[in-house]
Structure formats: C-alpha cells, structure tokens
Design a protein around this ligand. Structure first.
Ligand code: NDP
Length: 385
C-alpha cells in the first residue's frame, strides 16, 4: 500500500529533494498535499506532476492566482495557515520542510493528530521543543529526524533508546568561513556566506551554517529529540561532511553514520522508515575520500555556538528568543542591512534583554517569538543606521 505523504515547503531545497525521491518511486507514495509560501508557479507545477489533491499557498492573497494555475487539474487550491494545518493532519507522513517558526503550527497539528512527521524544520523544535515533544508523546506520534546529523544519531541508536549512551557527537562542516579570522568573516557578503563548500541548501540555513548557528540550533534540536542534557552533547568540526554524527556508548564504543553529503540520504531514510528504499544517489568512495579530519570548534570566532549552548542551559524561553532573533538577523543580513558579524551580536543583545519565562502553550510561545522579533527589528534598525 502506498504511503500518503504531505510535503510542507515542497518548493524549497528539502522539498525538492523529497520530490526527487518520491517521483523516482511511483506506487510507493501517494502525494496528498503540497505547500509553499508564495511561489505559485512552482507549487502548481509540482501539484500537477505529482497528482497531489491539495495545494496550499501560505499567502492568502495568492489563492486566486493558484486556483488559476491549477485550472483543469484535480488539485484543490487552498490558502492560509489553517489549510496548512489541515493538510498536515490527513497524511500518513508529513515532510516538514517549511523554513523557520512559520512551520510550527502545521507540525503541531500533525503531531496532535498522531501523524508521523519527518522533521527538517529545526526552528520549530528549537523554539517549542518541550511543547512539541509533549504533543508527540500524548498522541503517540513519531518524529523522524531529517536533519542529517540527527538522522545519523537516530540510525546509530538502533532501538531508539539512549539508556547506554554516554554522549552524542554532532559533526559540523564548519561552513564556508571555517578557517577565517573574525575580522575576515566580518567583511563577507551574503553571496559568499551562502556558498557552502559541501551542501546545497536554502539561503537561511546556509547563512546559519556560515555563522555556525546551524550547529547551535542542532545542539538544541538533539537535546529535545534524544533527551540528553547539554553536557552530554558535543560538537566536533569535520570538514569533509562524511561522518554525519556519532553516538558514544558507555563501554567506549563510538558508532558513526557515514554517507554522501546529499540530503536525499536522510530524507530517503525517513520516507521509507521503518524499511529502507533504493536510491540512485552517488555512493561514497572511501579510497577517494582517503582521510577524515576532526577538530574542536572555536566558540570565539563563532559566538553563535556559545549563545546556543547558553540558551539551552538557561531553559525557559531563551532558545525561542534566540531562534526568533536569529531568523530576523539573518534576513536582515541577506537583505544587506547588517554585516555578517552583526548577526550573532544582535542575537546576543536580544537574549540579554528579554525575560526568560518558559512558554506554557503555543500561544505563549508565539507571543514570546513576536516580541523577540520586534526587539530584533529595532536593534537591526539601529545597526543599519
Ligand atoms: P528553502 O528556503 O529552500 O525552502 C523553504 C520552503 O518553505 C519553501 O517551500 C517556502 O515556500 C516555504 N516557506 C517559507 N516561508 C514560509 C511561510 N511563512 N509559510 C509557509 N511556507 C513557507 O529552505 P530549506 O529547504 O533549505 O530548509 C527547510 C527547513 O529544513 C529549514 O528549517 C532548514 O533549517 C531545514 N534543513 C534544511 C536542509 C537543507 O539541506 N536545505 C538540511 C537540514 C535541515 P516558497 O518557495 O514559496 O518561498
């Protein structure tokens, strides 16, 4: 029987990799819904290609345009947040590939309905980790980590239990500026920051990778997914991105997962879970790779690492505020309003200024998120002036 899949963020980088695998395995998947923020043309094309029955555009003003683009197809055009949540409830598997906290409500809707979620949208977990994990537990929903590092850990855990685990080791490529001094990094442009040496990704995560905030977000993501405290999750820089992460057990064994730097590998793992599927992805050739290097990260040159660990250890709303501030600061950097070094500096200023009250509900969380965004916009405006 084919798996009914909803692809949230179908027009993005993870969405495209998902579609590539789904379209190469006709009969295994039934695409029930695809969604995007504003890219009507691409969304309509995907809906027609996959035979999706529902296509949702987040921007309600574009509903008419989407309806037009789907004329003559069997796909229903829908718009807005409630429709995004609704399609997330009706699948067997939701691929959560919206970027940013915008993905939170649909992910929560899926989890509350007991639907299995392939989670790429790390910002939602960083921001609302405890609420999301609680919702999944209550409804018996499974979260499959799509992020390559967490997917690697998930695979190394085998039976899913952390009972005999001493620590998790998250690997980091170090991003495009791994070897640069802080002063050299400060002069880098958005185009240079998004040019990742190993991975092809969307703009926001590429900048996060350059600041290493991506690894900071992943530290918090790992804490929520696997339930280990900050001091038992290490970060190691591994420039070749061949080892995607490791689990160290209490007897001293370290299990690592290796694979090509291609998001289709962890996505395929989630799509087929608990089985495995064939892929045509180019295989690793170990003699060609020849060597694997590891080095300690440098939180002085990459202050985002320090901020994320401090936010995780502070608990309360710190991670949510850090995530919101980072989203706004990265957008401002991509827009040319602030420099590269201003991203972490702005996030730190917001973290230092806000109150650290733990959110008791999603509404609470969204209020905290909105306040942090507004505070960040003010700080960005000052820096830009
Ligand atoms: P992209 O920017 O390439 O794609 C984002 C997708 O989300 C697009 O479909 C976009 O639609 C949609 N979207 C954006 N804003 C909204 C909104 N407000 N409401 C609804 N939909 C929205 O991002 P990526 O694919 O790179 O990343 C997606 C998520 O996966 C992120 O959380 C990222 O951190 C995570 N991730 C990504 C990896 C990668 O290799 N790219 C690896 C690991 C994790 P539209 O096209 O219309 O703008």
């Amino acid at each position: 029987m084919s798996k009914r899949i909803a692809i949230l963020g179908a027009t993005g980088s993870v969405g495209s990799s998902t579609l590539d695998l789904v379209e190469a395995a006709p009969g295994d998947f039934d695409v029930v819904a695809v969604t995007a923020a504003s890219n009507v043309e691409k969304l309509a094309d995907i809906a027609r290609r996959t035979g999706a029955r529902r296509a949702v555009i987040a921007d309600e003003a574009l509903l008419g345009e989407l309806g037009h683009a789907l004329d003559g197809s069997n796909c229903l055009a829908e718009a807005g947040e409630e429709a995004l949540c609704d399609v997330a409830r009706e699948a067997d598997l939701v691929m959560a590939a919206i970027v940013g906290t915008a993905g939170l409500k649909p992910v929560m809707a899926a989890l509350e309905a007991g639907v299995t979620v392939g989670l790429a949208n790390k910002e939602s977990l960083v921001s609302a980790g405890a609420l999301m994990m609680d919702a999944a537990k209550r409804a018996g929903a499974t979260i499959l980590p799509v992020d390559s590092e967490h997917n690697a850990i998930f695979q190394c855990l085998g039976d899913g239990s952390c009972d005999h685990v001493e620590r998790l080791i998250l690997t980091a490529s170090g991003g495009p500026f791994r070897t640069l001094s802080a002063a050299e990094m400060a002069a880098k442009t958005p185009a240079q920051a998004v040019a990742h040496p190993n991975w092809s990704m969307g703009a926001k995560i590429s900048v996060d990778s350059a600041t290493m905030m991506n690894k900071g977000l992943e530290l918090i993501e790992a804490h929520h997914l696997f339930g280990l405290p900050s001091e038992r999750i290490d970060i190691v820089v591994h420039p070749q991105s061949v080892v995607h992460s490791c689990v160290e057990y209490r007897d001293g064994s370290i299990l690592a997962q290796m694979g090509p730097s291609d998001m289709r590998v962890p996505i395929a793992h989630c799509l087929a879970w608990p089985q495995r599927m064939e892929t045509a992805i180019e295989r690793l050739d170990l003699p060609t790779i020849a060597r694997l290097d590891f080095e300690a990260p440098d939180p002085k040159r990459f202050p985002a690492l320090r901020l994320a660990r401090a936010a995780l250890e502070a608990g309360g709303s710190a991670a949510a505020r850090m995530n919101a501030a980072n989203e706004v600061a990265v957008a401002a950097f991509l827009d040319g309003q602030i420099g590269f070094a201003d991203i972490a500096a702005t996030v730190e200023a917001v973290l230092d200024a806000g109150e650290n009250m733990a959110p008791g509900s999603i509404e609470d969380l969204l209020r905290i998120d909105a306040e942090a965004r507004s505070m960040t916009r003010e700080k960005v405006a000052k820096v830009a002036a």
